[in-house]
Write a protein that binds this ligand. Structure first.
Ligand code: FRU
Length: 490
C-alpha cells in the first residue's frame, strides 16, 4: 500500500466518530484515530506549542509510521492538525520514524528518520521536511541529509535513528541514536551550518554493557548550568528499584566538551519510576522553560484499548517543566496545567491511624490531588485511586522507606515482555516530608513526588468509577489535601 497525508487525513475524518471513548483522557494528547507512540518535533513555534507523534492512523497497532500533529497554547488543551508526514518516498517507505523540529528563518523544519526495510536490507537515514505555516510540510527534494556516507566505520545504517536537532554557539547540531557492534547504546553527534549539509563530529556517549542493547530517542540540552542527555535504552538491566520496565528512560547529567564532542557524565538516573513512560522529548519555550513530554505506554505489552477494539491506542504524558538540582533532573507540573484546574474540596489536618475510618472522596474523571504528608517517617499510608474493586494503590511504606505504585487490582491486566509480569514499581524515599501531586485523567495516572521522581501509568477499570481512599496503619497527619477538577471537564 502507498501512503499519503491526504489519504491519512481523509481516513481520520471518516473514522474519528467511530472511536469508543470510554478510556479516552480529557487533558492528555491522544490520537483521534489509530495508534500513537513517541512524541516527535516538540517545538514552540510562533506563540504555540506544536507536538507531533509517531502515528499509524489505519489501525490501533504500530504500522508504517506517519507523523500525527497537534498544537496547544497551554499544553493542556490540544487542537488536532492534519497529519504532517506520511511514508511516501522510497528512502522512508517503511516509516517516517521519530525526530525533532527547529525553527530557521521563520520556517519550521522537521528532521526525522526515513526507515527502509525490504528484501533483507534495513536502512535508517536522516531526512528533512519544512513548512512556512507550521501545518503543511514539504519533504526536502535531496533527502536523506545524513546517510551511510557520514557514518562509515562508526555505526551501522540498520540502527541509526531519532535525530534531535538544536542550536549551539550559532551552529546546528543533532544527536542521533545508534549502537555498537556488540549491542551497546551509542549516541552520535553531527554538525551543520544550514540544516542541509551535515558532518559527523563524534561519539558523544557510549553505554556500558548493562545500559541496554540500543539507545533510542536522545535529547541534549543545557539546563541550570549543566548539560543533560536524556534517552531511552532498550533492555537496560534493573538496578535495585530502577529500570524494571523492558524499555527504560535515563538522564545523564554532566558537561559536554564541545572541542572533543564528548559528554562527561557526573550522574545518571532513571527519569520516571512508573510503568508506562518512554521516548521523552523536550522543547524550550519563549520564557526559557525546558518542557518534557513522553509516550505514556510501554513497548511489547498488551494495550487494552486495542484488545477491546476501541479504535485508538496511546497517549502523551502531561508536559512537565524540568530543572536540574544536585545533579538530578527534577520534574514539576507546569503552571498552565496548575491554572487549568479549580479546587473542589480542600481539607486540613486529616489524621489517620489504624483505628480511624478510611478517608474517602469522590473524584471527577479529570482531577488533580495534592497532599502534604508531614512527618512521613512515622507512617505507612495507602492511597487508593479507583473503585472498591478496581484500583491503583500508592503505598508510602515507612518500614522499607519505599513508595510503591501498584496496578495489579486495577481491572484489565497489562503484561508484556518482562521476564515476570510487572504490575508495580517502587522508589526509595530519601526524605521525611513530601508533597505528593497526583493527576488522574480517566485512565491515566501520574504522581509527582516533589524533588524526587514521577510515576506514570495507565489503568483500565472494567467498571470505571473514581474515588480517593486513604488509610494508614500508624498515626499520620496529612497537613493539607486539595482536590481539583479540570475546568469544563466531565
Ligand atoms: C522508540 C522508537 C524509535 C523509532 C520509533 C518508531 O519508541 O522505536 O526509535 O524511531 O519508535 O516508531
Amino acid at each position: 500500500m502507498l501512503y499519503t497525508t491526504e489519504q491519512a487525513n481523509k481516513f481520520i475524518e471518516e473514522n474519528q466518530d467511530k472511536m469508543i471513548e470510554t478510556y479516552r483522557p480529557k487533558y492528555h494528547l491522544t490520537p483521534p484515530v489509530g495508534w500513537m507512540n513517541d512524541p516527535n518535533g516538540f517545538v514552540y513555534f510562533k506563540g504555540e506549542y506544536h507536538l507531533f507523534y509517531q502515528h499509524y492512523p489505519y489501525q490501533s497497532v504500530w504500522g508504517p509510521m506517519h507523523w500525527g500533529h497537534a498544537k496547544s497554547k497551554d499544553l493542556i488543551h490540544w487542537e488536532h492538525l492534519p497529519v504532517a508526514l506520511a511514508p511516501e518516498e522510497n528512502y522512508e517507505i517503511d516509516g517516517c520514524f521519530s525526530g525533532s523540529a527547529i525553527e530557521k528563518d521563520g520556517k519550521l523544519y522537521l528532521m526525522y528518520t526515513g526507515h527502509y526495510e525490504r528484501n533483507g536490507e534495513r536502512r535508517e537515514t536522516q531526512c528533512l521536511a519544512y513548512s512556512e505555516d507550521g501545518i503543511h510540510f514539504k519533504k526536502y527534494e535531496k533527502n536523506p541529509v545524513i546517510d551511510e556516507s557520514h557514518i562509515e566505520g562508526v555505526a551501522d545504517i540498520a540502527d541509526f535513528r531519532d535525530p534531535k536537532v538544536f542550536e549551539h554557539d550559532n551552529k546546528y547540531y543533532c544527536v542521533v541514536a545508534s549502537k555498537t557492534s556488540d549491542e551497546r547504546g551509542r549516541i552520535l553527534l553531527f554538525q551543520s551550518s544550514d540544516l542541509i549539509n551535515w558532518e559527523y563530529v563524534s561519539i558523544l556517549l557510549e553505554g556500558e554493557e548493562q545500559e541496554g542493547i540500543m539507545w533510542e530517542c536522545p535529547d541534549l540540552f543545557q539546563l541550570d548550568g549543566k548539560d543533560v542527555l536524556i534517552m531511552s535504552p532498550i533492555a537496560m538491566l534493573p538496578e535495585k528499584y530502577a529500570f524494571h520496565n523492558r524499555s527504560s528512560t535515563i538522564a545523564f547529567i554532566g558537561q559536554v566538551d564541545w572541542q572533543k564532542g564528548e559528554f562527561h557524565v557526573e550522574n545518571s538516573h532513571e527519569i520516571d519510576s512508573g510503568l508506562d513512560f518512554y521516548a521523552p522529548q523536550t522543547c524550550e519555550d519563549d520564557e526559557g522553560q525546558r518542557i518534557m513530554v513522553a509516550w505514556m505506554q510501554m513497548w511489547d505489552r498488551n494495550m487494552p484499548t486495542n484488545d477491546l477494539k476501541h479504535g485508538w491506542v496511546g497517549s502523551m504524558t502531561l508536559p512537565r517543566k524540568l530543572n536540574v538540582s544536585e545533579n538530578r533532573l527534577i520534574q514539576t507540573p507546569i503552571l498552565s496545567v496548575e491554572e487549568s484546574f479549580v479546587s473542589i474540596s480542600n481539607f486540613k489536618n486529616i489524621t489517620l491511624n489504624e483505628n480511624s475510618d478510611s478517608f474517602y472522596q469522590i473524584l471527577p474523571c479529570a482531577s488533580s490531588i495534592k497532599l502534604h504528608v508531614e512527618e512521613f517517617n512515622k507512617a505507612n499510608v495507602t492511597i487508593k485511586i479507583g473503585s472498591e474493586e478496581e484500583y491503583v494503590e500508592i503505598i508510602l511504606n515507612n518500614s522499607d522507606k519505599l513508595m510503591t505504585i501498584d496496578r495489579s487490582q486495577s481491572g484489565y491486566d497489562i503484561v508484556g515482555a518482562e521476564s515476570k509480569p510487572l504490575r508495580s514499581r517502587s522508589y526509595e524515599l530519601l526524605k521525611d516530608t513530601y508533597v505528593i501531586e497526583i493527576f488522574v485523567d480517566v485512565s491515566t495516572l501520574e504522581v509527582f513526588l516533589d524533588d524526587a521522581t514521577t510515576f506514570s501509568l495507565n489503568f483500565y477499570q472494567k467498571q470505571p468509577k473514581l474515588r480517593l481512599e486513604m488509610t494508614s496503619s500508624s498515626d499520620v497527619m496529612i497537613d493539607c489535601l486539595d482536590i481539583k477538577e479540570l475546568d469544563e471537564s466531565c
